[in-house]
Design a binder for this molecule. Structure first.
Ligand code: KIV
Length: 267
């Protein structure tokens, strides 16, 4: 049974030192499965642009695509705490844009919150969303929507100046009203320092052992792409192999005539 029902439970989890387990999800069947586990939070991540749509970045993902997937996930997990990513350029142009687009996400998808990437540049945006009763999860470190600015999918915050900026940005997001903060690809010691400093929980991916929670992309932890093997990832299954073997088995039996068998036909 998930421990997170409302945004108030995030702080409680941190105070009680109960690690928050978050996972991404993009579709109905897995949403149903996730809701039968103890996972606390489902993130409809714009990572869907990469793992579902096969793009090389999250940049092409549109607001309509996020809404389509978040609605599907909500149908599969009616009781889950769902966070929906705001995609690239849906909150960058103006605060008004961010409000209108986030409002659509909340109204149409039944999500509980939105997530956006970035620090001080989005202070006013986070404040405005929170004022409009839209809970915001922040995201610092490797922010994939900025991959072209960052120059690749690399660990962030190793240099002293960048480390200091990330610490300041984390504080700014908390002050602006974010209820939690994703830290992606950050040295463990820096993520630990930020986690100790904030009263809102940090949720890490590639950010070490001392965050207040962890998040992984569902396709990655299920081992659905054998080519993807970053250091931070633990694969809890090898679904690529399981699926390949099942599909090959079906194919072989169709070709040999073993399927359909007596038990699969109507009389
Ligand atoms: O889009 C996503 O899946 C994410 C997680 C990696 C945190 O932002």
């Amino acid at each position: 049974m998930a421990a997170i029902a409302t945004i108030n439970d995030f702080k409680k989890a941190k105070e009680n030192k109960e690690p928050i387990a978050m996972i991404t999800c993009y579709e109905f069947a897995f949403a149903r499965i996730i809701e039968q586990t103890g996972i606390d939070v489902i993130l409809v991540g714009d990572s869907l642009g990469m793992v579902v749509a096969g793009h090389t970045s999250t940049i092409p993902v549109t607001l309509d695509q996020m809404i389509y997937h978040a609605e599907i996930v909500r149908r599969g997990a009616p009781n889950a705490f769902i966070v929906c990513d705001l995609p690239f350029m849906s909150y960058h142009v103006s605060v008004e844009d961010a409000l209108r687009n986030s409002g659509r996400v909340m109204k149409v998808t039944g999500s509980n919150a939105v997530k956006l990437e970035g620090g001080r540049d989005f202070r006013a945006t986070v404040e405005a969303l929170v004022r409009a009763s839209i809970p915001v999860m922040g995201h610092l470190g490797l922010t994939p929507q900025s991959v072209h600015k960052l120059g690749g999918y690399t660990v962030q915050g190793r240099e002293e100046d960048k480390r200091r900026i990330m610490i300041e940005d984390a504080k700014i997001l908390e002050e602006a009203g974010a209820f939690s903060l994703v830290l992606e690809m950050v040295p463990e010691e820096l993520a630990h320092e930020i986690s100790r400093m904030l009263s809102i929980p940090t949720i890490g991916i590639g950010a070490g052992r001392y965050c207040d929670g962890q998040v992984l992309v569902i396709n990655d932890l299920l081992g659905m792409d054998e080519r993807f093997t970053p250091k931070f990832l633990k694969k809890y299954a090898n679904l690529a192999e399981v699926a390949k073997s099942a599909i090959q088995g079906y194919c072989d039996e169709v070709k040999s005539g073993a399927f359909p068998a007596e038990g699969n036909v109507f009389k």
